[in-house]
Design a protein around this ligand. Structure first.
Ligand SMILES: O=C(O)CCC(=O)C(=O)O
Ligand SMILES: [Fe+2]
Length: 197
């Protein structure tokens, strides 16, 4: 699908990054509203038979249930603010989304490990539109098989939009590592199109 966002020169991928997608005054207001109005949850992950708290808070809103990190998530009904952001992202990307997963990274110790978003419900070519608010964090992509390609690191700035689509999830992993720096809290919204159910 055609859009006017800046395309990153990555092989086997279609990744766009607009660092100033939402400008500071509006982005500040969204950050505060998201902090206050989203129903943030502490979920657990089971690893090696042990249940551990996820290193971030999460929330899931949208039209359809979705399995993520082995957990089935029943979405909460859309908040007006989330529909407004969804519309902005749909206009910029030229595509529709029907769900959003929100992540709150409270400190530099909150993180997300290497993964791909390739659950069957996301279809053959998952599209993920990721908005960031608050503290800047580094985000990296690494090719699954091509060791000659160095990992690519971006700084996900306040108000930025990162769009991953096409073959990206088949060939690249991504993560949001911890940082030892003192960083303000960060809120991330990943809009997705979930099929079925
Ligand atoms: O916080 C981020 O920027 C990454 C989030 C992510 O990869 C995900 O929710 O699948
Ligand atoms: Fe992801």
């Amino acid at each position: 699908m055609h859009n006017n966002l800046p395309l990153l020169p990555l092989p086997d991928a279609e990744v766009y990054f607009a660092p100033d997608f939402i400008l500071a005054p509006a982005a500040n207001a969204y950050f505060q509203k998201l902090m206050n109005e989203v129903n943030w949850q502490q979920q657990s992950i089971t690893m090696f038979g042990r249940s551990l708290p996820m290193p971030r808070l999460t929330a899931w809103y949208g039209d359809k249930g979705y399995t993520y990190s082995g957990l089935h998530n029943e979405p909460q009904p859309w908040l007006p603010m989330l529909l407004e952001l969804k519309e902005k992202v749909e206009q910029a990307s030229g595509q529709k989304y029907n769900s959003v997963l929100l992540n709150l990274y409270r400190t530099g110790q909150d993180s997300m490990g290497w993964h791909t978003d390739d659950e069957p419900e996301l279809g053959q070519q998952p599209r993920i539109a990721s908005l960031s608010f608050g503290g800047e964090r580094r985000f990296s992509l690494k090719h699954r098989t091509r060791k000659d390609l160095k990992p690519v690191t971006l700084t996900l700035t306040h108000g930025s939009l990162l769009l991953m689509q096409g073959p990206t999830q088949h060939h690249w992993l991504h993560h949001l590592p911890k940082t030892a720096k003192a960083v303000p809290p960060r809120i991330n919204l990943t809009f997705r199109y979930v099929n079925g159910r």
